[in-house]
Design a protein around this ligand. Structure first.
Ligand code: ADP
Ligand code: MG
Length: 695
């Protein structure tokens, strides 16, 4: 073993006690070499380094205590148990055993000194240790352990004792000079973090007496932060690598500055905002290049992303290539279709429509048009991903509301253009604002554009919190708004995942409201309705034939009816901030002042109260996102991507926000100055997970 010096090259089977069977169990956890073992970190610790005075023990503590036996008895309650009363001058505690032998009982004598380890619980008469480990000790036996006892996440058939033996051997190898490669230049580490990776790992596997267990389990300890930092760098590198891989491919250069975009702009009833112009230029420049664009456009609800998408589409069409625009829901896709048809018809650019609802001859027509290249533009849902959909010359893919699509889905669409070795450009639009550092970390494989300006003339939506107890007043308010010629949404939410329950609830609400608001025209949309039914209702609402639209959260994204100036959201406490923000974005699109009533169900918990207060106090999507991040963590904000594809071992995007920017800078430096370490870093941290990135 001496001649192999790198821990990454020593298989676990070289360790004492690790045979083929155990190696197989370890492999299930992704542990193949000794280095992997060192990266398998304890999830918590026991402190057996000091003896805690009995009087200081609290329920839930796992601790060592020591005392004299005052009394031993057998109790015959519901379950027979052996009780040992122990005290040390600071307090008394009971050791309780349900299983015991006569010999065990007889060995426990009054006056004997015992050292115990166990979890403190509340007993009927006093604190208790149930089935503690114990042994008899002398007056001044040395403390039980030198370092804190690590507890490892494990799998069936691997006991803590084995983990300690294995990591103990791994640490011994490290001490004997086996190499654990330091891949980060020491000067690149943020201040206050241990410089050596080996030291950080040693510390976490065998923390010295007195180490802060709380800091370590919360990941705030500098040793954890040292690892988190390296992990963030590794993640960054893997996303960058994915991007570089894509950038190595060829895309059709789609020249900017044609007549179609110009004619489109000339017909628009408004001027682009400065932010829209800037983003349009960024996109136009990307698309003119033979390297595939991969750009994420972030823009708050109502910031005008659709126009930006239309301009990109026209640039591609003018260059003679096809465009696919995809949205996550039927309703949103339909709305894009209407917008695009309205804009494109005068320019004589036909727009096709494809969703799972499109069948028979209509479907065949679209598929043939796309395959033959006579249909330059198609709008649709996930149905656009299906195998049978072929394009003749797909040059641009636009995905709206990206956070609902996974990377895999995007890759599937990308491959649709792969014929002739060319891949399409990709434009991704999201209305979920994400704090910049987080976005740049989570979307390191994308370029980022932000539309950080709303079109002029918008009055911010005023939001109020009203209890369900005042529902009648709210209904009166809806009546007043509608009678003065405006329109309103009434959004029903239900915590249940079941769509059918949600729809039932919406149906019931619509019935009640029609009754209470006799004389007003009330419509209903929910996810269970057929596409054409939904469309018909939306159309009637849009054209002003309906006063009130009762809806489930299907109207969350995209729906655009400027005359709607009042929104009631029932039980808003059940929704996340991002979703509430999306919903509220459906009003405030015209020039009259709009209102949003959050009709909550009392009593509100502390967190719910805090969240709703954020909604009341700001309409700035980025501030809301930051708050959502603090309250619920990044998973909710990043959606699919975070949940499925950004799993960290040590790092935590919320807790470690301070590390995000430095990690990104270090990744940049490594890519230019030390590309050789990149694969090792990625392999060490992402190991078997890197597949998706290379896909
Ligand atoms: P989102 O970014 O939420 O998708 P939309 O693209 O749906 O926003 O735009 C919201 C509304 O604002 C639409 O009615 C659109 O026509 C309008 N709009 C977009 N850009 C401008 C602008 N520069 N000036 C005025 N209105 C605009
Ligand atoms: Mg939109």
């Amino acid at each position: 073993m001496n001649q192999i010096s790198s821990l990454a090259e020593i298989p676990v089977t070289c360790l004492k006690g690790v045979g083929p069977k155990r190696a197989e169990r370890l492999a299930r956890l992704g542990i193949e070499c000794v280095q992997d073992l060192l990266f398998h970190l304890p999830c918590r610790y026991q402190d057996r380094t000091r003896v805690v005075p009995i009087g200081a023990l609290r329920p839930g503590d796992e601790a060592v205590c020591e005392g004299k036996v005052d009394h031993v008895e057998i109790r015959f309650g519901r379950r027979r148990s052996l009780l040992v009363h122990l005290s040390d001058g600071t307090g008394a505690i009971i050791l309780r055993f349900f299983h015991f032998t006569a010999a065990q009982k007889n060995a426990l004598k009054r006056g004997m000194r015992l050292r115990c380890f166990g979890e403190v619980r509340n007993g009927p008469a006093s604190y208790e240790l149930v089935h503690p480990e114990y042994r008899s000790v002398g007056e001044d036996d040395p403390p039980p352990e030198q370092s804190l006892t690590p507890i490892y996440p494990t799998t069936e058939g691997l006991h803590q004792i084995s983990w300690r033996e294995m990591t103990g051997q791994a640490l011994a190898l490290l001490d004997q000079g086996a190499v654990l490669q330091e891949l980060l230049p020491s000067e690149s580490l943020p201040e206050g973090l241990p410089v050596s990776l080996a030291d950080a790992l040693r510390y976490l596997h065998r923390p010295p007496a007195g180490a802060s267990v709380e800091d370590m389990t919360a990941g705030r300890h500098p040793a954890c932060q040292r690892l988190a930092f390296e992990e963030l760098v590794a993640h960054q590198l893997s996303l960058r690598e994915a991007r570089q891989n894509l950038r190595r491919l060829q895309a059709p250069p789609l020249a900017a500055g044609g007549t179609l975009p110009a004619r489109f702009l000339a017909r628009l009833p408004f001027d682009l905002t400065g932010a829209q112009q800037r983003v349009v230029e960024e996109i136009a420049k990307d698309m003119a290049s033979p390297r595939p664009m991969l750009r994420l456009v972030q823009g708050d609800v109502g910031s005008g992303k659709t126009v930006v998408a239309a301009l990109a589409a026209l640039q591609a069409v003018e260059a003679g290539w096809q465009v696919a625009l995809m949205a996550p829901t039927e309703l949103l896709a339909e709305q894009h279709l209407r917008n695009f048809r309205h804009w494109m018809e005068p320019l004589e650019v036909p727009v096709g429509w494809l969703s799972s609802q499109v069948k028979g001859a209509a479907r065949r027509g679209v598929l043939e048009g796309l395959a033959a290249g006579v249909l330059p533009l198609v709008v649709g849902t996930q149905a656009l991903f299906q195998k049978e959909v072929r394009f003749q010359r797909l040059g641009l893919v636009i995905v709206d509301e990206q956070h609902r699509f996974g990377v895999h889905q995007r890759l599937a669409l990308r491959d649709k253009g792969a014929e002739g070795g060319l891949v399409p450009h990709q434009l991704i639009m999201t209305a979920t604002p994400i704090p910049r550092s987080l976005a740049m970390t989570a979307y390191a494989d994308l370029d980022l554009s932000v539309i950080d300006e709303l079109p002029p003339g918008r009055t911010p939506v005023r939001t109020v919190l009203v209890s369900q107890q005042r529902r009648e007043e709210v209904i009166t308010r809806v009546r007043a708004a509608c009678e003065s010629g405006r329109q309103a949404y009434w959004v029903c939410t239900l915590i249940e995942e079941s769509e059918s329950l949600q729809c039932q609830a919406a149906e019931e609400t619509a019935r009640q409201l029609s009754e209470a608001l006799a004389g007003l025209r009330v419509g209903l949309v929910h996810g269970r309705m057929k596409a054409d039914e939904k469309e018909a209702v939306m159309e009637r609402f849009k054209s002003g034939e309906l006063d009130l639209l009762v809806a489930t959260t299907v109207i969350e994204v995209g729906v655009d009816v400027p005359n709607a100036s009042l929104m009631i959201i029932e039980n808003p406490e059940r929704l996340g901030l991002a979703q509430l923000h999306q919903l509220r974005g459906r009003v405030g699109r015209g020039s009259v002042e709009s209102h949003c009533v959050l009709l909550y169900h009392p009593p509100l918990g502390r967190q719910a109260r805090e969240r709703l207060a954020v909604m009341r106090d700001t309409t700035d999507g980025f501030r809301i996102a930051q708050k959502d991040l603090e309250l619920r963590g990044p998973g909710e904000i990043l959606g699919v991507r975070q949940a499925g594809e950004m799993q960290f071992r040590v790092a935590d995007l919320l807790r470690d926000q301070k590390l995000l920017d430095p990690a990104r800078r270090v990744a940049d430096k490594l890519l230019t100055h030390r590309p050789g370490v990149v694969p090792s870093l990625i392999g060490r941290w992402l190991g078997h997970n890197t597949r998706y990135v290379q896909a």
